[in-house]
Design a binder for this molecule. Structure first.
Ligand SMILES: Nc1ncnc2c1ncn2[C@@H]1O[C@H](COP(=O)(O)OP(=O)(O)OP(=O)(O)O)[C@@H](O)[C@H]1O
Ligand SMILES: [Mg+2]
Length: 229
């Protein structure tokens, strides 16, 4: 757990363990914030990847400091933890049971994603939908930039090419959401894009899953116990 005692927990949003950080809603500096802390996950993972992942998420949040629909970074109590703005809101799954103006929500969400991409950040983990929140007044929020990919410098053609592919995958994730919650608002081009979702996106997803499984296996005791070792 972090070393600073100027806050108290309101609610644990997600228990840490394995490769997962502890995510808590806390009260700090007189306001609700979120503390995301890798100290709670497996010690080997925390030592090796906790710092790296925290640095990446902090870098993305800093880059996106002026983007509406992304929580503000509010500090780093150590190298493996960060404070960010608590944006409130509910998950898409919960929102599916409520009256939401989906076309309006999706238009704002797409706009937020455009701004994020324009700032040189691809999110890379929007498919599961748990990283999109329906905020107060039905405003969209995109959270959890731990898997993000940066655009790279102007002359880094390979990184920039990969970045554009990840941006495409982000846009397709939103199209999938549109197909689910407001299929009547899809045009033919949208539908065609979904059908041909692209070999690259599927391949990148497999690469991502493979890396995640491999790092879990190598770095956490939990997975080795589960696999009987
Ligand atoms: N800034 C925030 N404001 C409000 N809620 C948040 C915020 N950050 C995280 N949460 C809540 O905490 C949950 C877990 O956070 P996050 O996605 O960053 O961690 P995670 O390790 O990827 O967890 P998961 O696998 O559940 O997505 C989110 O699904 C969301 O409900
Ligand atoms: Mg998440």
């Amino acid at each position: 757990m972090s070393n600073v005692a100027d806050w108290h927990v309101i609610k644990v949003l997600r228990d840490g363990g394995g490769s997962r950080p502890t995510v808590m809603r806390i009260q700090r500096d007189g306001e609700d914030q979120v503390l995301k802390d890798y100290a709670g996950c497996d010690s080997v993972f925390a030592a090796l990847l906790g710092k790296l992942l925290t640095r990446r998420e902090a870098r993305a949040l800093l880059k996106l400091d002026s983007a509406a629909g992304v929580p503000r970074l509010l500090g780093q109590p150590g190298s493996r933890a960060l404070y960010m703005e608590w944006v409130g809101g509910i998950s898409i799954k919960e929102a599916l049971t409520q009256e939401i103006d989906w076309p309006k929500f999706l238009a704002e969400l797409e706009n937020t994603l455009r701004v994020i991409h324009a700032q040189g950040v691809a999110h890379c983990d929007l498919r599961g939908l748990s990283n999109i929140l329906v905020g107060p007044d039905q405003t969209p929020y995109i959270i959890d930039f731990v898997s993000c990919f940066f655009s790279g410098s102007r002359w880094n053609f390979i990184q920039r090419w990969v970045f554009r592919r990840f941006c495409e995958a982000d846009r397709q994730a939103l199209l999938k959401l549109r197909q689910r919650v407001a299929p009547e608002s899809m045009n033919t081009a949208d539908a065609a894009l979904i059908v041909h979702s692209g070999i690259f996106n599927r391949a990148m997803r497999r690469v991502g899953q493979g890396i995640r499984k491999l790092s879990l296996w190598l770095l956490t005791r939990q997975s080795r116990t589960q696999s009987g070792r």
